[in-house]
Each structure stands twice: as structure tokens, then as C-alpha cells.
Write a protein that binds this ligand. Structure first.
Ligand SMILES: Nc1nc2c(ncn2[C@@H]2O[C@H](COP(=O)(O)OP(=O)(O)O)[C@@H](O)[C@H]2O)c(=O)[nH]1
Ligand SMILES: [Mg+2]
Length: 303
């Protein structure tokens, strides 16, 4: 965004000769502004400022930032967050606009009206993919039981449209907000459903059952592969090229040393990938690090 997109255009400027504070005050009140840059022969000399206590004071040129209308709006914002009382915007040398904190507050008000805030920049979208029966639904439901601090939604891309109502009702009964959206398997469908859920903090997308193919994202923030530990030995690094984590499920069906060996294989093949092992039918020590990792994904996007 450029300075010209955020400035107030057609600024009222005064010459150095205008010193009558009562008249300056009236001028500012009539125009509903608090700043009058002082410009003489095109040169900025300072700025008159209407203070909150009814006075009109003159500040020097050092308190006004001058930028070009094509400069980044961010340059003006930074100046106002620092020492500048106002920003004078020039186009081809001529003063064409002013940016003050009032302009900034107006933009903030619009942003808040659109639901944009520091705490809720946008939801973190985690796509969970894996073959049928891998334990995706089980993992999502068990995870949500420990993620109560976030406003979370499950997007179920794995249910035929005809079953949608029943699935949503079932999730609701379990205290989980779920949206059934088969089209979330594709980029455009995911984008649509995410924009509809922009007020949430965490969106867990259960992708359609299928062969793992996480070489390319579809617009999510994080891709997670879910696969039974017993099948994970055959995972290739290509299948997980764009994944951030893999969860090996049903570890309860294997001996601990088998699980350790599989885990070592996955870590060797995909160095740097976050790996977790869960076993839903046992006392599950593996779920805890996974839940912490998911929380981290949300928190680091909160800024
Ligand atoms: N033993 C065991 N069974 C599991 C585990 N996770 C899921 N299951 C079972 O595997 C079946 C398929 O799980 P589900 O979550 O529906 O898989 P999805 O098709 O990937 O969503 C269900 O009967 C689950 O109870 C696990 O960690 N251990
Ligand atoms: Mg499922």
C-alpha cells in the first residue's frame, strides 16, 4: 500500500505569515482537522497543531516527515509511531496530502470492523491427510479435547454430501464445531470454507481418504500426514515433501522396538520433519507432544 492510499488529500496548508492562533484554531475546527502544515514557496517550515487542551502550538519541521505519494504507506506509519506529528505527502514535489494519527485510527477502525485484530489475524489451517482408517478422525477428536483454549473448527472433507447433516450433528453432540465440506479437498474449496470461518483460530481439515501425497499444499498453513505406524516404513520423502509433521498411529498394535525402528526410518528419510507416535487404545504419552506442537503452530501465527 502506498502513501497516497492512506493520506487525506487536498491538505489545508498555511503560510508562515499566518500567526493568528484564534483564526488558525477556527480554520482547524471548520475543517475538522488538528494539523496545519506551514509551507512557504513549497518548503515545509513546520506544523500548527491543535492540542487536546484547546491550545494551538507550532512545532518545527523536524516533527513532520515528508514522503512521496508513491512511497510505502508503512514509511508514514513508522514515522507517526515515532516522533513525527504529521506526514506531508508530495507528488512531483507538490504537497498533495497529509497523514496523521487520525488517518491511522480511521484505518484501524475499518480493520476492526472487518474482524482484523492482533489476536486473530486469521485462523491457522492444518490439513490432516492419510489413507482410510489411518486414524485421522480419531486423532482430530482426541486432539480437540486438549485444545480447548482455541476457538477451533473441524472441516470434514471426507464425508459425502448426503451424510453431511448427520456428521455435523454428531460432531455437535460431541461438543466440536464441524463443517462438512467435501470441496475442501481442493484449493478453491478450502479457500472458500476458510474465508467463511475467518473468525476461528484453528481449522483442522480432515482431508479425503487417500494415498499420501503431500508434495504440494492447497493453501493450508500446515500439512500433516497420518499413517498407521505399521505402514510408515514405506513412506517416501517425496510423498512428504511439503509436510510439516507426520503422526504414526496405532502404535499400540506394535512392539515398542518395532515402533522405534519405524520412527528412525521416517526420521532418516525425512530429516527435520516433526514426528509423533500415538496409540489411542493405550495410555497415550504420544498425544501430548503432538497437541503442544499444534498449539505452537497457532501461537506463532498470533504474533
Ligand atoms: N488401536 C488403535 N486403533 C485406532 C487408533 N486410531 C484410530 N484407531 C481406530 O482405527 C479406525 C479408523 O480410525 P479413524 O479415525 O476413523 O480413521 P480415518 O479414516 O483416518 O479417519 C477406528 O476404528 C479407530 O478406532 C490407534 O491409535 N490405535
Ligand atoms: Mg475419518
Amino acid at each position: 500500500m502506498r502513501a497516497k492510499d492512506v493520506m487525506t488529500s487536498h491538505p489545508i496548508l498555511v503560510s508562515a505569515a499566518e500567526q493568528d492562533r484564534a483564526a488558525l484554531r477556527r480554520l482547524m475546527e471548520d475543517a475538522d482537522i488538528h494539523h496545519l502544515p506551514i509551507v512557504e514557496d513549497g518548503h515545509l517550515l513546520g506544523v500548527w497543531v491543535a492540542t487536546g487542551d484547546g491550545r494551538v502550538v507550532m512545532l518545527g519541521r523536524d516533527r513532520v516527515e515528508e514522503i512521496s505519494s508513491d512511497a510505502s504507506a508503512d514509511a508514514g506509519m513508522r514515522a507517526l509511531m515515532g516522533d513525527a506529528e504529521a506526514v506531508l505527502v508530495r507528488d512531483a514535489g507538490l504537497p498533495v496530502g497529509v497523514i496523521t494519527r487520525s488517518d491511522v485510527l480511521g484505518i484501524v477502525r475499518t480493520a476492526i470492523g472487518r474482524g482484523i485484530g492482533r489476536r486473530h489475524p486469521r485462523p491457522t489451517v492444518i490439513r490432516i491427510a492419510g489413507p482410510s482408517g489411518a486414524g485421522k478422525t480419531t486423532l482430530i477428536m482426541r486432539s480437540l479435547a486438549h485444545l480447548g483454549q482455541f476457538d477451533a473448527v473441524v472441516v470434514q472433507a471426507n464425508v459425502a454430501a448426503g451424510e453431511a447433516g448427520a456428521a455435523e450433528a454428531g460432531a455437535e453432540a460431541a461438543g466440536v464445531r464441524e463443517v462438512v465440506e467435501p470441496s475442501a479437498h481442493w484449493r478453491s474449496g478450502l479457500e472458500r470454507v476458510v474465508s467463511r470461518l475467518a473468525d476461528s483460530e484453528l481449522i483442522l481439515v480432515e482431508d479425503r481418504d487417500g494415498e499420501l501425497d503431500l508434495a504440494h499444499g492447497i493453501g493450508e498453513d500446515v500439512q500433516v500426514a497420518v499413517i498407521p505406524a505399521a505402514d510408515a516404513g514405506s513412506l517416501s520423502s517425496l510423498q512428504l515433501a511439503d509436510a510439516q509433521a507426520v503422526v504414526l498411529t496405532a502404535a499400540d498394535g506394535l512392539a515398542p522396538e518395532e515402533v522405534a525402528e519405524i520412527l528412525a526410518t521416517v526420521e532418516r528419510r525425512c530429516p527435520g520433519l516433526a514426528t509423533f507416535v500415538v496409540a489411542s487404545v493405550q495410555d497415550d504419552a504420544g498425544l501430548d507432544p503432538w497437541v503442544r506442537w499444534v498449539s505452537m503452530q497457532v501461537m506463532r501465527r498470533h504474533g
